[in-house]
Design a protein around this ligand. Structure first.
Ligand code: DCP
Ligand code: CA
Length: 406
């Protein structure tokens, strides 16, 4: 089956996020980058501002001269990061074969997904609709047999576009386009090629390889391949997680067993939920304790089989705690639970075991409710104790130290 790659890119990303947060800016020339009287360049310009010739990288003073009535916004990164996370989460709902490239851009390997959506084209329409419905943002999508062609296609379709290049049509699609549209060709390369009389990607594609090599070295080969629509780069998933851990420091050093147990329960539930979200099981559970005098110990236990249930993580953590407490009686300052030796939840013998299956189903049901109503919407008897200790937010308890994940 021919490979089908999607390149998904949000339109005028920084500006669009600002427009969602302040709808008065919609349909107007808007620039994110800073105040027009300051030094600096345009980071993102609305399509209304682009009509005046504004573009990313242009000095703000020039932008202001060309379009004095534009709204200039300094911008704030956390807002964009937040929007980006939601964008990637929507994409991940469609396919796990996802490679985020920047905040607003990702490749997706959609090979074989036509059976679910009717066609890859239909799948792209559904992705665009979800993004607009859930985030009020617009995405442009290119679909092709390789990354490079998919990227050119999404760029060409902007704004709010969708362009599919049929299998085998890559070369004729690229041929008439100016060379600047090809990823990897910057201003300098463009100038050199123009100087050689090469203006379109088609002309570039028929340039002899040795000539390209002599001008651009190893990069010349890449240009040759890209210009011919050849790109064997696969969609690369971000680095696999090796371990997950959660820890917290108590506001007052403690020896209170119920508090320690309740905290382990909470940390175990957070880890279990993340494991299930990542579709992983853990074989090793680690307990970390830091005593009032700052000495720190870790104790681990290796399970016979992988697990991702809260109960298993908790039970194991608790056993490790009991052992540690019987050896040392000092008050505890910090407690943490970690899991490692992560494995894919293959078909296991244990799944034939009725109670293990029930437990896993229960955990999944809890995850669904928590996703909808927040982590503290469901409490096990033990973690209720934490209600009196930690402030609650929609995301869960606010622990004294952030729950770090590695
Ligand atoms: N960005 C930046 N500086 C640059 C280029 C981009 O800060 N030199 C930021 C602002 C953009 C975001 O990254 O909003 C995404 O970059 P894009 O190149 O995808 O540009 P836009 O999303 O703004 O516009 P387009 O609709 O062309 O994708
Ligand atoms: Ca973009």
């Amino acid at each position: 089956m021919a490979q089908r790659i999607m390149h998904i890119d949000l339109d005028a990303f920084f500006v669009s996020v600002e427009q969602v947060l302040n709808p008065e800016l919609k349909g107007k020339p808007v620039v994110v980058g800073g105040r027009p009287d300051r030094r600096g360049v345009v980071a993102s310009a609305s399509y209304e501002a682009r009509a005046f010739g504004l573009h990313a990288g242009m000095p703000l003073t020039t932008a202001c001269r060309l379009c004095p009535h534009a709204t200039f916004i300094e911008g704030s990164f956390p807002k964009y990061r937040h929007a980006s996370q939601k964008f990637m989460a929507i994409l991940a709902d469609f396919s796990p074969y996802l490679e985020p490239v920047s905040l607003d851009e990702a490749y997706m390997d959609a090979t074989g997904f036509e059976s679910i959506h009717g066609s890859i084209h239909q799948m792209a329409i559904a992705i665009k609709q979800h993004i607009t419905y859930k985030l009020s943002l617009y995405a442009s999508i290119g679909i092709a047999g390789s990354k490079v062609v998919a990227k050119v296609a999404s760029e060409l379709s902007k704004p709010d576009g969708l362009l599919e290049v049929a299998d085998g049509e890559e070369r004729p699609f690229l041929a008439p386009l100016p060379i600047a549209k090809l990823p990897g060709i910057g201003k300098k390369t463009e100038r050199i090629l123009n100087g050689l009389g090469i203006n379109t990607i088609g002309e570039l594609s028929s340039m002899p390889l040795h000539a390209l090599r002599s001008h651009f070295g190893a990069a010349g080969e890449l240009l040759h391949r890209y210009a011919n629509g050849i790109d064997d780069r696969q969609v690369k998933l971000p680095g696999a997680t090796k371990s997950i851990s959660r820890e917290t420091t108590f506001s007052k050093d403690t020896k209170d067993r119920s508090l320690l147990k309740a905290t382990i329960r909470y940390l175990s539930e957070r880890i279990g939920s993340e494991l299930r979200q990542r579709d992983k099981q853990a074989k090793r559970i680690t307990l970390k304790l830091r005593y009032a005098d700052f000495t720190t110990i870790t104790r681990h236990y290796t399970l016979g089989q992988g697990s991702n249930t809260d109960q298993t993580i908790f039970d194991t953590g608790l056993q490790l705690l009991r052992k540690a407490l019987s050896a040392k009686k000092k008050p505890i300052r910090l407690i943490g639970i970690g899991v490692s030796n992560l494995i894919e939840p293959g078909r296991q013998l244990d799944m034939l075991n009725y109670s293990a299956k029930r437990l896993e189903q229960l955990n999944k049901a809890i995850d669904r409710i928590r996703k909808k109503y927040g982590f503290t919407a469901i409490q096990t008897g033990r973690t209720l104790l934490l209600k009196e200790i930690f402030p609650e937010t929609k995301g869960g308890y606010t622990l004294q130290t952030p729950s770090l994940s590695r």
